[in-house]
Design a protein around this ligand. Structure first.
Ligand code: HEC
Length: 82
């Protein structure tokens, strides 16, 4: 899976649930648009490296589409809220 292979997991954790190095992305789709997510991946952030050189545009597009679907459908207890 791209999220794993690209090293996102290193900071954002398995299933994007977050670590000390990076925030939980499991509801990022609620707050950010796909364009904003793409921008974050491409340009990086305050403490996040930019992946614009490391990834193909199509891969960034895939990752953004994947994260856009993350709207905290699963609560902290693991139960679906939908
Ligand atoms: C070195 C650690 C690190 C890696 C690797 C990393 N991130 Fe991040 N990421 C962060 C940190 C820290 C933030 C929060 C603040 C900032 O912008 O620096 C963040 C923020 C984000 C945000 C915005 C979250 C929000 O709520 O605004 C997205 C989306 C994101 N990362 C996606 C990714 C993706 C996709 C990858 C893999 C291509 C990735 N990150 C790899 C550390 C990392």
């Amino acid at each position: 899976m791209l999220f794993h292979e690209s090293g996102c997991e290193h900071c954002h954790g398995a299933n994007a649930r977050g670590t000390q190095r990076g925030p939980d992305l499991s509801s990022v789709g609620r707050r950010l648009s796909k364009e904003q997510i793409e921008h974050q991946i491409h340009e990086g952030g305050k403490q996040m490296p930019a992946f614009g050189d490391a990834l193909e545009p199509a891969q960034i597009d895939d990752l953004a589409a994947f994260l856009q679907t993350k709207r905290a459908a699963v609560s902290k207890t693991g139960r679906s809220t939908r």
